[in-house]
Write a protein that binds this ligand. Structure first.
Ligand SMILES: Nc1nc2c(ncn2[C@@H]2O[C@H](COP(=O)(O)OP(=O)(O)OP(=O)(O)O)[C@@H](O)[C@H]2O)c(=O)[nH]1
Ligand SMILES: [Mg+2]
Length: 302
């Protein structure tokens, strides 16, 4: 047990293949919806810090983009951000979709951990999808690598096993002063969180290449006298031919995206939000450093 007068604080990176449930786990570990979640791969593009207090220990969980074979410049920046978070963390949790098991994606990440000489905590996630009797053989298969200090069988969605994982990680944090005020939940600004919320609704509502060809930025945030806020956002897309799809018949699709985003913003920020979405065609947004800076990603020159 940590002694009462000493505070502990540290970083825990949640890494893993795309779609493994890292963001769901971040939200479950912190008890707040901080990071966006969708059924589509590569939802998370940037690091999202979520802060939890366990007695005298502050744990800064870092949700990261999924690690996959990057193609585009943005993919490379996302994967790089994930590896950097791994390197900087006091503890690393490898989140694996138990239903997918030890596939090529998982193996590639485990090799990366090995190369970096890092051990990790294994979180076999989505155990709600698997028969119990499959779990022990799966655990054994992963543990043949010798990489893992502990294995947790969890369901980030139902919360099963999440508290045990959090308690274990709390005890692994080094002593030190808390990095954030006691009541802070995340490092995201409201503007950035608002952009992410709209991006989540785009991922849920649009298909094929569109979620990957679009990004959202909060252009303006105006405080209103009645305590609400007016939020103006730009949805960047890459081609003029994509615009009618984002708008939908009579503007219905964009309206639905905006309404879903607005409702969630009101819930997250606890106040009235007037949301205005503007769609802009920008062929080059994937090659503009400013877009990367906004997300805290590195812009490589290649
Ligand atoms: N059944 C089940 N589904 C889960 C669980 N955890 C996450 N999911 C689902 O898996 C999908 C992906 O979840 P995310 O949390 O977005 O996964 P991620 O690892 O952050 O994905 P990327 O950001 O794309 O790398 C979503 O549809 C989640 O609802 C779980 O414990 N059980
Ligand atoms: Mg994610």
């Amino acid at each position: 047990m940590n002694s009462e007068n000493v505070t502990h604080c540290g970083f825990v990176a949640l890494i893993g293949p795309a779609n493994a449930g890292k963001s769901t786990l971040l939200n479950s570990l912190t008890g707040e919806k901080l990071s966006i979640v969708t059924h589509k791969a590569q939802t998370t593009r940037m690091r999202v810090r979520g802060i939890a207090l366990v007695e005298n220990t502050q744990i800064v969980f870092v949700d990261t983009p999924g690690i996959f074979k990057p193609q585009r410049r943005l993919d490379r920046a996302m994967v790089q951000a994930a590896w950097e978070s791994m390197q900087e963390a006091d503890s690393v949790v490898l989140v694996i979709d138990a239903a997918r098991g030890l596939n090529e994606d998982a193996k590639a990440i485990m090799e990366g951990l090995q190369r970096a000489k890092r051990s990790a905590v294994l979180a076999l996630n989505k155990i709600d999808l698997l028969p119990r009797e499959n779990l022990l053989p799966l655990t054994n298969t992963f543990n043949e690598s010798g990489l893992f200090t502990r294995t947790f069988l969890i369901s980030a969605r139902s919360g099963d096993g999440v508290e045990d994982l959090r308690a274990f990680l709390a005890h692994a944090m080094p002593s030190g002063a808390w990095l954030y005020p006691e009541d802070q939940l995340s490092d995201l600004t409201e503007r950035l969180m608002a952009s992410e919320i709209t991006r989540e609704k785009i991922f849920l509502r649009l298909h094929e290449e569109l979620p990957y060809d679009s990004t959202v930025e909060t252009e303006a945030w105006k405080e209103l006298k009645d305590g609400g806020a007016r939020v103006d956002q730009i949805i960047y897309i890459r081609r003029a031919s994509q615009k009618p799809i984002v708008l939908g018949k009579g503007g219905q699709t964009l309206k639905q995206i905006g309404e879903a985003a607005r409702l969630e913003m009101q819930k997250s920020f606890g106040r009235r939000i007037h949301l205005f979405l503007h769609v802009k065609v920008n062929e080059k947004w994937l090659d503009e450093p400013a877009r990367y800076r906004m997300m805290g990603l590195q812009f490589d020159q290649k």
